[in-house]
Design a protein around this ligand. Structure first.
Ligand code: GDP
Ligand code: MG
Length: 439
């Protein structure tokens, strides 16, 4: 979905106006991309309707390309679809809170059990883990090791002829006896959904009555994760989803669809094998990955706030007349700074790091301040024509700005290069200029 979606959005890359025709074409591409990612048809229809309405009703921000504005709309709608993150776990007032993990084999249940238990410790809870996966003897051992690492008790029994439902029940009694307030059940999985597995899980749900049931699914399995989410959701009362392995080749599409199929929130995401790698689900981050276009959204927002349209136009006119001077240069730098530190700004623009050496010097706030300081130490005359600055003035300016004389000549050189470029860009908007520099 990642690449398809950014391809689709690429079709909005039209200069100038957002027309009905080019918008329709771009939106169709987005629709196809979502359908191809197996996002539910109804969901896609609803999604497209909302995006189309929003796009049509939105005023164009002059300094931002229409395609980028559409990206922002698609982005916001995807976030909406993805739902709020909800890392909150409801704990029972009386008796231990029982959390049941379920999911296919290899999805990361046992690992997540340890991660959750670790998180509980951080919340001041006293967890106990129950080894209810009797399918694989290694699974019991794996959980015991995690228990030792975290210094958390593990309830485990000899799997021979033992019923997992009973193991869970006895695990809960054990927790009560030990004064543990949170129980996490690590249940068995299969390679594929089957009736026997589902019956066993249903029995645990019915007899042990966990307070929370979380479905653990592997983001790397993509559409299989979506299918199994549907099956688990049909059999059990799910309260939440934990999506693992998002540190791998993460596919936002799976998260989106799983959320839609189950209707329950994605609570946490696994970001690695280590026990501390469990993060609260952050829809912003996943959608950002799906769009895969750098943080255009942040850029659009920053630009909305910071760019003074009037001033930008005034500057453009001056440039067109070849009247660009150090005062304008200074204003531009201040505008860029308002849009976030220059360094942040660069990070927000795809390909900005490939920018030529010329702007390399301004990629830090300190550098911007330095440039401002130098320009401030010049006379108005010198700002209009910095070539009038002679050796003695250069020393005075440097002393005034607290820099070396060669910094002053360096700035003049930067300005010359900028002015030359500006001339060739005089027809472009501020944002276009920034974009051109980004290659
Ligand atoms: P289970 O069969 O569902 O209990 O799955 P396990 O907990 O045994 O995990 C299966 C494999 O996935 C193990 O190698 C884990 O280390 C790995 N794993 C689990 N969660 C994550 C994760 O968030 N990121 C990565 N990279 N690997 C994970
Ligand atoms: Mg396991």
């Amino acid at each position: 979905i990642q690449h398809r979606l950014s391809d689709a959005l690429g079709r909005f890359k039209v200069r100038g106006k957002l027309t009905e025709a080019n918008m329709q074409e771009g939106l169709r591409a987005v629709r196809t991309a979502l359908l191809e990612a197996d996002v539910n048809y109804e969901v896609v229809q609803r999604f497209m309707k909302r995006v189309t309405e929003k796009a049509a009703g939105q005023a164009l921000i002059k300094s931002v390309r229409p395609d980028q504005q559409i990206v922002k709309i698609v982005h916001d709608e995807l976030i909406e679809l993805m739902g709020e993150g909800d890392p909150h776990i409801r704990f029972e007032k009386a008796g231990p809170t029982v959390i049941m993990l379920c999911g296919l084999q290899g999805s990361g249940k046992t690992t997540t059990c340890g991660k959750l238990a670790r998180r509980m410790l951080g919340l001041g809870r006293k967890p106990l883990m129950v080894a209810a996966d009797l399918q694989r003897p290694a699974a019991i051992e794996q959980l015991k090791v995690l228990g030792q690492q975290l210094d958390i008790p593990v309830h485990a029994e000899d799997p021979e002829g033992t019923d997992p439902v009973e193991v869970c029940r006895r695990g809960v009694s054990q927790a009560e006896k030990l004064g543990r307030d949170t129980v996490i059940l690590d249940t068995a999985g299969r390679l594929h959904v089957d009736d026997e597995l589902m019956d066993q899980l249903k029995k645990i749900e019915k007899k042990v009555r966990p307070h929370q049931v979380y479905f653990v699914c592997d983001a790397l399995t993509g559409q299989d994760a979506v299918a199994s989410a549907g099956a688990f959701n049909a059999a059990l009362e799910l309260d939440g989803v934990i999506m693992t392995k998002l540190d791998g080749d993460a596919r936002g599409g799976a998260a989106l669809s799983v959320r839609q199929v189950t209707g329950v929130p994605i609570k946490f995401v696994g970001m690695g094998e280590k026990l501390e790698r469990l993060d609260p689900f952050d829809p912003q981050r996943i959608v950002g990955q799906m769009l895969g276009m750098g943080d255009i959204v942040g850029l659009v927002e920053a630009a909305k706030d910071a760019v003074d349209e009037e001033e930008a136009r005034r500057q453009q006119e001056r440039m067109a007349k070849g009247k660009f001077d150090l005062d304008d240069f200074r204003k531009q730098i201040v505008t860029m700074k308002k849009m976030g530190s220059v360094k942040d700004l660069m990070g927000k623009i795809p390909g900005m790091n490939q920018m030529g050496s010329m702007l390399e010097g301004v990629d830090a706030d300190a550098e911007v301040k330095r440039i401002q300081g130098i320009i401030d130490s010049m006379t108005p005359e010198e700002r209009r024509d910095p070539h009038k600055i002679d050796i003695s003035r250069r020393r005075r300016i440097a002393a005034g700005a607290g820099v070396e004389p060669q910094d002053v000549s360096g700035l003049v050189k930067q300005f010359d290069a900028m002015a030359a470029m500006v001339k060739s860009m005089s027809q472009m908007s501020m944002m276009d200029r920034v974009r051109m520099l980004s290659g």
